[in-house]
Design a protein around this ligand. Structure first.
Ligand code: ATP
Length: 292
């Protein structure tokens, strides 16, 4: 096989809790991850010239070793002593630095795609083990679907698929630093009632109860981002007023998503959000539940 085309799917967090800040500075989390259909597209090609060549449609993204796709390719090329080269064409659609694991999903796609193209014979579990060296979310992006993520995000438990629904995504034109959010959360000083009830969300998923799930969604990081970036709260309110069963920030933001039970309501909210000034990027998508 000389080339392979891949989709790297985005994720949202249906629930996100931070349990504590460890002494080494890492945060222990408890998150419900959900893959969605919004995706980047990649094409990997073997080439005679040695080295890794990365091309992307976004001029501001690095194409050197600072791009996660480069890191993923280098990891496997070193391990399997690949002497010829590889080119990676990356078409970004997932908003960048948006709390949707775009870079992690691209890296997972490269691991998966190279394993196919070169026939390394690595299992999904093998790929996940290598992925965690690139980032805590990469193993989940190899796995896909609905899952509970614990530890620093790499301890995964497969959950039943979330109920069918429509998901509206809206990213305001602001940047939120993940480091700023975690540092200002003061995770070890939170009161019990400030933590979302992730176990109740898991129960709602098991009961296939979309309404219950949406009503119990919570992201502890909103304690930091909503006061410092009011637009996040405004988008959330706007989605709820448009009929979303629940609306919440994904990851460390700033993207907000809303869960809708009918396509008609979701479409109406999509057009209203696009016509308004709160969000710069707006997408309508659905959960994606096929695992690798
Ligand atoms: P997460 O949900 O895991 O926090 P994110 O959505 O916040 O991810 P990404 O879009 O993955 O963040 O990227 C964050 C930073 O990583 C960007 O500022 C970018 O420069 C760098 N980066 C490196 N490789 C990539 C890539 N393939 N796609 C997007 N960003 C990348």
């Amino acid at each position: 096989m000389d080339k392979i085309q891949l989709k790297a799917l985005a994720k949202i967090n249906l629930g996100l809790d931070v349990l504590r800040r460890r002494e080494d500075g890492y945060h222990e989390v408890k998150m419900i991850m959900q893959t969605i259909s919004l995706c980047d597209e990649l094409e990997l090609r073997r080439r005679k010239q040695p080295g890794i060549q990365v091309r992307t449609n976004l001029h501001y993204l690095p194409t050197n070793e600072n791009n996660l796709v480069y890191k993923a390719a280098r990891l496997l090329m070193e391990e399997f002593q690949i002497k010829d080269g590889i080119s990676i064409q990356l078409q970004k659609r997932i908003p960048v630095a948006a709390g949707m694991a775009g870079g992690s999903s691209d890296a997972a796609a490269v691991l998966w795609g190279m394993n196919q193209m070169y026939g390394f014979g690595l299992s999904r579990r093998d790929l996940m083990g290598r992925g965690v060296r690139l980032g805590a979310d990469v193993p989940y992006c190899v796995l896909r679907g609905t899952a509970l993520a614990e530890g620093i995000g790499e301890e995964l438990t497969i959950l039943p698929p979330m109920p069918k629904c429509y998901i509206l995504l809206a990213k305001p034109g602001i940047s939120v630093s993940t480091r700023f959010v975690y540092e200002n959360l003061h995770a070890n000083d939170l009161k019990a009632e400030q933590h979302p009830d992730v176990d109740a969300m898991i129960q709602a998923i098991k009961e296939k109860d979309l309404e219950l799930l949406a009503s119990r969604m919570g992201n502890v990081l909103e304690l930091v981002t909503v006061p410092s970036h009011p637009v996040i709260g405004e988008i959330r309110t706007c989605m709820l007023e448009a009929g979303a069963l629940g609306a919440m920030m994904s990851g460390s933001g700033p993207t907000v998503f809303g869960i809708f039970d009918t396509q008609a309501k979701a479409r109406k909210a999509y057009h209203a959000m696009r016509a308004g000034w709160l969000a710069k990027q707006v997408y309508l998508t659905v959960p994606y539940n096929v695992r690798r």
